[in-house]
Design a protein around this ligand. Structure first.
Ligand code: FMN
Length: 403
């Protein structure tokens, strides 16, 4: 992606800076974030394909002609889109010392994983299949982001050619990844409201990651045409398509996507050639708010997204999740004793679960009743508590529920 996005993740103030930018801008953005926020930082990048894209000049010409119907004329050089220097980019990310670096579409090579570990940076790896999750754990990932096929935006399959084949939905994927790995699992894909979030936690997730559900928040700053379309769209109004970048991603079915998915349309070029070819159309559509030519990423739950400030949205969502899970809380601890619990200081002590009775032990810091910092308690050592994995200490904004 060419622009920076600030995305609050799940229920804690962790921000992701997402970019397809080089090392210099990465350094600048990391520094600027640290000046503006004391919160934890997560940086994300794509793992590049092992081989350069195979070019097909004739098809590229067909694509240029085709795209000319949806936007400005596409110059030949648009197909020469270059990739950033991955090694330099990840080095800059590590130097920014974020709490978390996440990956999508593969795993980091061992020497970069080693450098992350030396800096105590946690690595969250997106996986779209059980096999990818197992491979990511073996490569040293600290948490798995289990991405269901419902997800908006790019699909994180490790191999581009598998993305449209291994289409696994989150309800099937999540519990089977939870069973297959020892590290925390973060659920993502089609999670927008409290019912879905509670369900993901019941399926064994340690946390959830919301994408499309935050796009209508004013902080996301997307065009009104895209935001309004999200609100009125149904799951079947989205489609996984290679038509924007060459890698599969889920977007709203606008006029361009429908035409590009038609059998007589030219086949999309590989990434990043297709991304380069669609840049003139996407740039113009963003300027003119022309939804039919926009890269309007959308997950299948876009119709459940709300136009609300992000902080308010997350707080309301979490309160609703707590209400839904409260009657189940103690039963869940017994059923899934390996799961975690964090509780809040504003929850009366009498209402807090008794870890000792439930066979757990407190193994992270307990800040005490009088502290302003919420108490964070983890039910078992070696627990799959994503908050602990993230931070190693209780945080002022910590909000979670006992599972
Ligand atoms: C607009 C948009 C941009 C995204 N960009 C990235 C990205 O750069 N890196 C990444 O790992 N995931 C990216 N994703 C995927 C999300 O991390 C997440 O997997 C997805 O949004 C979850 O599904 P949902 O949109 O249904 O909530 C993006 C998603 C959206 C909607």
């Amino acid at each position: 992606m060419s622009q920076v996005e600030w995305v609050p993740v799940a229920s804690w103030e962790c921000h992701q800076l997402r970019f397809g930018i080089g090392a210099t801008r990465t350094r600048g953005l990391g520094a600027s974030f640290r000046e503006r926020s004391a919160g934890p930082l997560q940086l994300n990048t794509w793992i590049p394909e092992p081989a350069p894209p195979q070019r097909d000049p004739e098809n590229e010409q067909r694509l240029r002609d085709f795209l000319g119907h949806f936007g400005p004329e596409v110059p030949a050089w648009a197909a020469d889109a270059k990739l950033v220097d991955f090694e330099a980019q990840v080095t800059a990310m590590i130097d920014a010392k974020p709490e978390v670096i996440s990956s999508i579409m593969g795993v980091y090579p061992p020497h970069l994983v080693k450098r992350m570990k030396e800096q105590k940076i946690r690595w969250f790896a997106v996986a779209t299949t059980v096999a990818e999750a197992v491979a990511a754990e073996a490569a040293g990932a600290d948490a798995i982001v289990a991405q269901g096929v419902e997800a908006g935006g790019h699909r994180g399959a490790f191999r581009a050619e598998d993305a449209k084949v291994d289409l696994v939905g989150l309800v099937a994927l999540l519990p089977q990844i939870v069973d297959a790995v020892q590290i925390p699992v973060i659920a993502t894909g089609g999670l927008c409201d409290a019912r879905q979030t509670a369900a993901a936690l019941l399926l064994g997730a340690s946390a959830v990651q919301i994408g499309t559900g935050l796009l209508r928040c004013p902080e996301a700053g997307i065009s009104t045409a895209w935001a309004d379309a999200l609100a009125r769209s149904r799951p079947e109004d989205t489609v996984a398509t290679r038509a924007f970048s060459g890698r599969l991603g889920r977007a709203l079915k606008n006029a361009y996507v429908r035409a590009a998915e038609a059998p007589d349309a030219p086949a999309p070029a590989p990434y990043p050639v297709q991304r380069g070819l669609t840049t003139p159309m996407r740039t113009e559509a963003a300027k003119t708010h022309q939804l039919d030519h926009m890269m309007a990423w959308a997950g299948q739950s876009c119709g459940l997204s709300k136009a609300q400030p992000a902080e308010e949205l997350v707080a309301t969502l979490w309160t609703q999740v707590e209400e839904m899970l409260e009657p189940r809380a103690q039963i869940l601890v017994q059923e899934f004793p390996e799961n975690f619990g964090i509780f809040r200081t504003d929850v009366a002590p009498a209402k807090r679960p008794r870890f000792d009775e439930l066979g757990g032990s407190l193994d992270s810091e307990d800040c005490g009743e009088d502290s302003n910092v919420p108490t964070a308690a983890v039910a078992r050592s070696g627990t799959r508590n994503v908050f602990e994995a993230l931070l190693h200490r209780p945080r002022g904004f910590c909000e979670a529920w006992i599972l």
